[in-house]
Design a protein around this ligand. Sequence first.
Ligand code: PMV
Length: 313
Amino acid sequence: MTHVTASAPGKIILFGEHAVVYGEPALAVPVTDLSARVTIRSGPVQRGIWFEALDLNKSFSAQDEPDSPLATMARITLNYLRHSQPDVMIIIESSIPVAGGLGSGAAVSAALGRALAKWYRQPIDDRDLSGLVYEVEKLHHGTPSGIDNTVICYSRPVWYKRGTEPELLRVREPFQLIIADTGVASTTKAMVSSVRDRWASQPDRFNTIFGSIGEIVQSARAAIENGDTAQLGPLMNDNHRLLEEMGVSSPELEILVAAARRAGAFGAKLSGGGGGGNMIALAAADTTDRVLGAVRGAGAVRVIQSTVHSTGA
Ligand code: PMV
């Protein structure tokens, strides 16, 4: 075989981030305008796996950096496929911004797992792939809920609750999301651990917040399945207020959220770990341009529009 290629989309969390780590459900959708792509070609004999991460301008052998996320994913996948290390060149390209809550790490792992399975012509289903990606997420992000690997490997909008099978969401009326980046890099691991510290010192208060978020997620699911898109706006605002109370918003996120609402969005909220990264807004078709202009004017460094429908976003 001369080469194989596989890809995986980015993702965005619609509702329920952070509370999902504590057992509440959450909703996430793939962002197919962004993707990670992995190509595998034969490499020099006995050199093992050689990675070329094009966007990072970095190349290295799996042997020299065995604990890197890429080498770890390759090892775990080869173990699953029951193959020893091949002599290959693995090229990684990604249009997903790093550390912005868009799932760049999980998407690269998913594309790599799929590409290796293709290389050996062994099928791997979404569920098993998601399990392998989760192992890498655990090593590098501490205590992930599992939502990122799930939505990225299934490449469908999902309702996710720890410890249960993910459910694919039926999106009755497709809707458009505006995803705006504060430009402030923030690591999910640090944000999750800051919430854990606050939860440990005020468990009752935080458990109440998590429970309220869980109720918002249930209502949002019903609104999506019934095609009541406008109803999602107030739910986004409520979810954002609870995330702010949790201490995971930031001045930059507040500015973008306020700008989107002032411009007439149905609702807006931070998305993902918080502390920076992205916010999302939902607007009617005739106000979308105004909201786009408003978040750009308020300092967003990148704005993406993404349509959410049952087969992806
Ligand atoms: O920052 P993101 O989009 O990767 O989202 C993390 C979501 C959290 O709920 C904060 C953590 C998790 O593991 O679910």
